[in-house]
Design a binder for this molecule. Structure first.
Ligand SMILES: Cc1ncc(COP(=O)(O)O)c(C=O)c1O
Length: 457
């Protein structure tokens, strides 16, 4: 008898097909990415690393052909090595990096490995406040990293930009080992050059190297597509990312570094930024992870290959065009946007200020019409993490489906209608009383959604 799990997978396919995915950290992968992920590579143990010879220089064809000695602890790596080398090489080309570690199982693991590589317990890290748009892994007290390192947060300004003045002040008051730019709810393009200047000033004051790290989990696809600056071009030493958001690969993490590439088996001569690539390799395995997920690494390689194609540039451009069109349309309909709009794929709505309803209620009501997004705290939110006054949405997934400006207008219209029903309902527990109205909107959403196929349909 067929396992019920497969019925649930089919049900999820239908949910994805008939609704519109607006969570900015989600996307739809290609059939090729999905196939690589579901391959027999999952059967293989490959602790350690392949050779790094020719990475970023050799063609894919040469990498696919050459069999080289490796740094692995198990035999039978003849094919796996070449798959992982392709992933590393393509990642370096895509992000102009000297080295890439493609093994982190997730974005959280990637961040933890970087802290572990460069910092000692008790070291100070300057990172963005979670409540202002930072990420849990940037020092939230509920994480393991926050118990090991001392995170000091900077925030955003009232107009929604990074507070560079606060960053500079903190960097000159505190002996930081690492400065981190990264976020999951921030709509502007960071001034990487200014952050590099702050690092230089702080290094002069404290007399030691400070690692400059960017967590570009959200905008990596925009960087790969050339519509967002690359922190590695502005003096940053390391960039982490997830591979499944705008980058449109499998669920996973990636670490890109500048510096000298060496053997991950040899002892590191000096703990310098120059040696960061090897320090990070050691921190990923054996420091924080065991065997790599080679089926996922194969899917990463496929998705990096897709992102290197000219079509991906067009995709990245359209993500931003759609986000801007949606933001403008929402503003025209009375939605108050954090930061006044967007320069990337992300939109953060102050739904309390806009329609007097909270983020959780609005999230639930939109779920009832097949529009999926998430409630999200705003800077200084009084609602807390569970009942914030904001909602966060984005355009990567709907752009993958081929939607454009006309569909963004329709979307904003539905979002306004749903907000107005919420106003009438007043309370989340009363939403079911308006099921008829929600069902009418859902029918319209579904009719539009099925016209735009998923890449795996
Ligand atoms: C900025 C940022 N860093 C790290 C992560 C963590 O990624 P993962 O969920 O793959 O661990 C996320 C995910 O939301 C993120 O937005």
């Amino acid at each position: 008898m067929k396992d019920i799990v497969f019925d649930l997978i089919e049900a999820e396919k239908t949910r994805q097909r008939e609704g519109l995915e607006l969570i900015p950290s989600e996307n739809y992968v290609s059939r090729a990415v999905l196939e690589a992920m579901g391959s027999v590579l999952t059967n293989k143990y490959s602790e350690g690393y392949p050779s790094f010879e020719g990475i970023g220089k050799w063609s894919d064809k040469k990498i696919g052909e050459e069999i080289l000695p490796n740094y692995r602890y198990y035999g039978g790596q003849v094919n796996i090595d070449r798959v992982e080398r392709l992933a590393i090489s393509r990642a370096c080309k895509l992000f102009n990096a000297d080295h890439a570690n493609v093994q982190p199982h997730s974005g959280a693991n990637a961040n933890e490995a970087v802290y572990f590589a460069w910092c000692e317990p008790g070291d100070k890290i300057l990172a963005m406040n979670l409540g202002h748009g930072g990420h849990l892994t940037h020092g939230s007290p509920v994480t393991r990293s926050a118990k090991i390192y001392r995170f000091i947060p900077y925030g955003t300004t009232p107009d929604g930009d990074l507070d560079y003045e606060e960053m500079e002040k903190l960097a000159l008051e505190n002996d930081f080992k690492l400065i981190l730019i990264g976020y999951s709810a921030f709509m502007k393009v960071p001034d990487f050059e200014r952050v590099e200047k702050i690092r230089k000033q702080a290094e002069k004051k404290w007399g030691h190297e400070i690692c400059l790290m960017a967590d570009m989990a959200h905008v990596a696809g925009l960087i790969a597509g050339g519509v967002h600056p690359n922190p590695l071009d502005f003096g940053f030493n390391v960039m982490t990312t997830t591979t499944h958001k705008t980058l449109r690969g499998p669920r996973g993490g990636l670490i890109l570094t500048r510096g000298k590439v060496g053997s991950p088996l040899k002892k590191i001569s000096e703990r310098t930024l120059e040696n960061l690539p090897t320090m990070i390799d050691k921190a990923v395995f054996p420091g924080t992870q065991g065997g790599p997920l080679e089926h996922v690494i194969a899917a990463k390689a496929v998705s990096f290959g897709e992102a290197l194609k000219p079509e991906f540039k067009d995709y990245a451009k359209k993500i931003c065009e759609n986000a801007k069109a949606l933001a403008d349309e929402l503003k025209g309909r009375g939605f108050v946007l954090q930061g006044g709009g967007t320069e990337n794929h992300l939109i953060l709505i102050d739904i309390m200020k806009s329609f007097g309803i909270d983020g959780k209620m609005y999230e639930k009501a939109l779920d009832m019409v097949g529009l999926t997004l998430n409630a999200n705290a705003l800077p200084g939110d009084t609602g807390g993490a569970f009942r914030p006054n904001g909602v966060r949405l984005g355009t990567p997934a709907i752009t993958t489906r081929g939607m454009g400006v006309p569909e963004m207008k329709k979307l904003a219209e539905w979002m306004e209608k749903v907000a107005k029903i919420c106003q009438k309902a007043k309370d989340e527990t009363k939403l079911d009383d308006y099921k008829g109205e929600f069902d009418e909107i859902f029918a319209e959403v579904k009719a539009l959604a099925v016209k735009f196929k998923l890449p795996t349909d």
